[in-house]
Design a protein around this ligand. Structure first.
Ligand code: PRT
Ligand code: ZN
Length: 224
């Protein structure tokens, strides 16, 4: 890969993390101009650019060195780490918790189903978009359950009869309630993270990362 002298940060193009991530960088004093194809935002002051992508692509883009940093939920980062072969990829680290995009990856069961504890999931089929995280959580507890991987609309699986329970992101709980489900156990607490390689690039980009971290810490401190 060609060396770069500008720092490149991957962020969600359009979704829940887009506005708070942009807001954070603005508060850090960075200003950007968007490219016509809306794929990039070019930094106007510091040599820091944004690449606007789907959140699921962010860990891979950093691991492959296409981007130096990314803003992404812990749920997406950990699922990537559990499900992707990382032979030629850089190990990733959580550089900062950013305090937005908070949610939890939870197990939910139909309201009428008894749930006294994780043992009740043995032999059940659980629908999820997070087979890596759910699989690890079940394994750690010695539970043998079927994992049904769905790309979306996980919450309707019990009503369709394709699963007995689900494992999905929950924030207010409104979606579960609307689908006659109730939260039974928490698999992962998540928030948006600044993610990067475990070791900083040994050039000017490393200095830019340190500058960014210092400014983020300042913004977070003021917010708290
Ligand atoms: O297109 P792209 O792939 O980039 O976007 P996406 O649709 O995958 O992601 P998006 O924008 O929905 O979410 C981005 C990130 O926001 C997630 O990966 C989480 O880290 C975080 N986040 C925080 C959430 C929620 N809260 C959330 N409530 N992501 C999804 N939800 C969904 C959840 O899947 C469920 O359908 O909202 C519903 C539950 O919300 P409540 O409030 O009804 O409980
Ligand atoms: Zn996504």
């Amino acid at each position: 890969m060609r060396p770069r002298d500008r720092l490149r940060i991957a962020m969600q193009k359009s979704g829940r993390l887009t506005e708070p991530a942009q807001d954070l960088l603005t508060r850090c004093g960075f200003t950007f101009r968007q490219s016509r194809d809306k794929l990039f935002c070019f930094g106007e002051g510091e040599p820091v650019d944004l690449l606007l992508v789907r959140d699921d692509d962010i860990p891979g883009l950093i691991a492959q060195g296409v981007c130096d940093l990314g803003i992404v939920g812990r749920n997406v980062l950990n699922e990537y780490e559990l499900t992707t072969g990382r032979d030629d990829a850089v190990a990733l680290a959580e550089w900062r918790g950013l305090g937005f995009g908070r949610c939890r990856l939870s197990l939910a069961v139909p309201q009428e189903l008894d749930y006294a504890g994780v043992a009740d999931l043995a032999g059940k089929r659980i629908a999820t978009s997070y087979p890596g995280l759910l699989g690890r959580w079940l394994r750690e507890r010695g539970i043998d359950a079927g994992v049904v991987t769905l790309a979306g609309s996980v919450e309707i699986a019990p009503r369709l009869g394709t699963a007995d329970a689900i494992c999905d992101l929950v924030q207010s709980g409104g979606t579960l309630l609307a689908n006659q489900l109730r939260e039974a156990d928490v698999v992962l607490e998540s928030e948006a993270l600044l993610v990067g390689p475990r070791t900083l690039p040994a050039d000017e980009r490393g200095d830019l990362v340190e500058l960014l971290l210092k400014r983020i810490d300042g913004v977070i401190q003021v917010r708290e």
